[in-house]
Write a protein of this length. Structure first.
Length: 158
């Protein structure tokens, strides 16, 4: 595989990120996401980096993978955790260092002052991804993620 470069995503990448995110949901959880909702959510993040930031891995001039980061303040550590989310690598680029390049980029960001670590969550059934994360040195911290059973929706008051 040729050299892997990492770059921040821009609004010009919206279509690729929508496609990758839809594929991620289908492959990892068997979920068919609404592409209009995806477009709005991803577009919102691309326009406002305080919500999230996307990074793309390219090889041979083609986007090979993506990840998104978000932030969580830790009062216990007086620092910011970076959360890795929306990880997707094209099938033909898997096991070729694409995710590792993205991960290393995030680790470099997290080594800046003000950050205290990197976290991610992985679907229970996604053993391949889990094994990859553990091989890179991540550990299971002993927490379980819980959420409300239904999406919270806010009615438009207009």
């Amino acid at each position: 595989m040729s050299e892997i470069s990492i770059r921040p995503a821009t609004l010009d990448d919206l279509g690729t990120i929508i496609d990758f995110s839809a594929r991620l949901a289908a492959e990892s959880e068997g979920i068919d996401l609404d592409r209009e909702v995806l477009a709005a959510g991803i577009g919102s993040a691309l326009e406002d980096s305080s919500r999230a930031r996307y990074f793309l891995a390219e090889t041979a001039g083609k986007v090979a993978g993506q990840l998104m980061i978000t932030y969580e303040w830790s009062d216990w550590r007086n620092g910011m955790f970076i959360w890795i989310q929306s990880v997707y690598v094209r099938a033909e680029n898997r096991r070729k260092g694409v995710f590792k390049a993205l991960y290393d980029h995030v680790i470099e960001l997290a080594s800046s002052p003000g950050y205290c670590g990197v976290r991610l969550y992985v679907h229970d059934g996604n053993t391949s991804a889990r094994e990859t994360y553990l091989r890179l040195g991540m550990v299971e911290p002993g927490y379980t993620v819980l959420e409300t059973p239904d999406e919270l929706k806010h009615e438009d008051e207009s």
